[in-house]
Each structure stands twice: as C-alpha cells, then as structure tokens.
Ligand binder design. Structure first.
Ligand code: ADP
Length: 265
C-alpha cells in the first residue's frame, strides 16, 4: 500500500486540512517487478550462448579453423548454441502468445490411454539404450477434451526431461488412473531428483535446479513453464514430486469428459 500525505492550508492560512491517500499498488508493483525480472532473464539467457559463440568464432578466426582436430568441435558448439537459441526464442514467442491469450485450443474428444501410448511409442523408438520404459496403463478407454498437438507438447517436455535426467540403467514408469472426475497421468524416473524446496519452482520460467547441466543438455528452462500454461488452459493441473537422488514423478491431471465422470473406482 502506498500512502501519500499532503497538507492543505485554507485561504487565511490559519486552518489546515490533512489529506491521506492510500492506494493499493502492491499488485501493480508485483507485475512490474516480474516483468523487469523476466526481461532481465531473457537478456541474460540469450547473452550466454552469444558470448560462448563469440569466443569460439574468435578462436576459429584466429587460426583454429586450420586445425582439423579442433575446428569441427568448435563448429559443433556454435551450431548447438544456435539451435538452443532458436528453441528458446520459439518458446518465448509461444509464451508471449499465451500471455496475450492470442491462441486457441483445437479441442476434440480423445481417448487419453490410446493417445498416451502413441506418444510413448514415438519415444520408445529412439530411446537411448541405457533407459527402459515400463507402462502401467489400464486397458479401458478414458475420454478427455484436449488439443492433441498441445498435449503432445506437454508430454514431450515431461518425457524428454525424464530421459534427460535419468541415470544409466534407469527405468521410466508411465501410469494413468481414473479418479472421480479426472484422469491422473504420471511419468516417473529414477534420476537425480530435484531438491524438495525447488520442486514447485521448476514450473517457473527459466528456473532450473541445475543451470549448467540443463544448458549442457540443450535445455531452455521454459519447457515446464509452457507445459503448465497448456495444462491449465485445459482446466487441468501439473505438479511434481521428487526425492533427491531417487527420482522424480511429474503428475498431469485432466478433467474427464462428461460421460466418463464418476465412472471410475
Ligand atoms: P529445461 O529446458 O532446463 O529442462 P524445464 O522447464 O523442462 O527446462 O525444466 C526445468 C528444470 O526442472 C530443469 O532444468 C531441471 O533442473 C528440473 N527438472 C525437470 N524435470 C526433471 C526430472 N525429471 N528430473 C530432475 N530434474 C528435472
């Protein structure tokens, strides 16, 4: 609350009136502070890959291009960083569209279980050898009202994180159960986990529990923030549970379509 105090004298200047104006500026200031922080984050996030690229390009220009043992590696780094920046700018554009509500969902009736299987199949074809999948999905159908492409994006983010942060020999569990009026899907990994006081923060823009590692793995720090916006646009919920060193489970809850509501156990 901002307080503004002023004194007003009458014409004879012998009586004074005091005016106290109280205005609630907290919300406004909070939004303004968030905006400033966001702009500063974006600048910082883009500057990092740019300065990395500059130093590699400088080295190449200074003669490293002639050295066959290092030039390809340096070029690879600049290519990776460029690609990461493109991903980041695309993510930012998508977030900005979502902020201005300048997008609409193309929702349709979808059997979530079949849909979840399809998304997992796509990953399973290219899953790294050191990771295995375990599906614990019920045989019955469960209908939800979703935008397939957007929900694929959500699951892609969550599953690729599970893969990225899994150890050698790690297993990833896919589950879905019907609750009263919603479906609760989850992806559990046996990875490094997230410290308990950081687990909610990973859904914030640019938040990473481990910055260096995320960057090395090509992360933008925006995937889960976008996923959260998208799930909430479907009147759903997304959250995570984690134990450091043991693994992480990301839960996605989506409302079941009318006919299926309450039909679960
Ligand atoms: P990033 O591009 O960095 O992966 P995300 O928004 O997808 O960005 O995730 C934010 C952060 O949450 C990651 O940097 C990582 O620290 C943490 N995180 C997400 N998923 C997992 C997971 N399955 N295991 C451990 N940490 C995770």
């Amino acid at each position: 609350i901002r307080a503004k105090f002023s004194t007003v004298l009458d014409e004879d200047e012998d009586t004074a009136a005091y005016i106290l104006v109280l205005s609630d500026v907290t919300e406004q200031e909070k939004i303004e502070a968030e905006r400033r922080e966001f702009v500063s984050n974006v600048s910082h996030e883009l500057r990092t890959p740019l300065t990395t690229m500059r130093s590699y390009i400088e080295a190449l220009t200074d003669g490293a291009w002639q050295d066959e043992s290092i030039a390809p590696r340096f070029l690879q780094v600049t290519q990776n960083e460029t690609e990461r920046m493109i991903r980041m700018v695309n993510d930012l554009l998508q977030l900005s569209k979502m902020d201005s509500r300048d997008y609409k969902l193309e929702q349709e009736r979808v059997d979530f279980i079949a849909f979840f299987h399809e998304v997992i199949d796509r990953f399973e074809m290219n899953v790294p050898e050191h990771i295995s999948f375990s599906r614990e999905l019920p045989p019955q159908r469960m209908f939800v009202w979703i935008d397939r492409d957007k929900m694929i994006q959500v699951l892609d983010n969550v599953i690729s994180n599970a893969i990225k942060y899994s150890p050698d020999g790690g297993k990833i569990y896919f589950r879905a159960i019907k609750q009263k009026h919603r479906i609760l899907a989850s992806v559990e990994d046996e990875g490094m986990g997230i410290p308990y006081d950081k687990v909610d923060k990973v859904f914030e823009r640019f938040y990473r529990a481990d910055k260096a590692r995320s960057r090395k793995l090509g992360g933008t720090g925006l995937g889960l923030a976008i996923s959260k916006e998208l799930v909430e646009a479907h009147q759903g919920d997304i959250w995570a549970k984690s134990r450091e060193g043991k693994g992480t489970t990301v839960f996605i809850a989506l409302p079941l379509m009318g006919r299926d509501r309450g039909a679960g156990k």
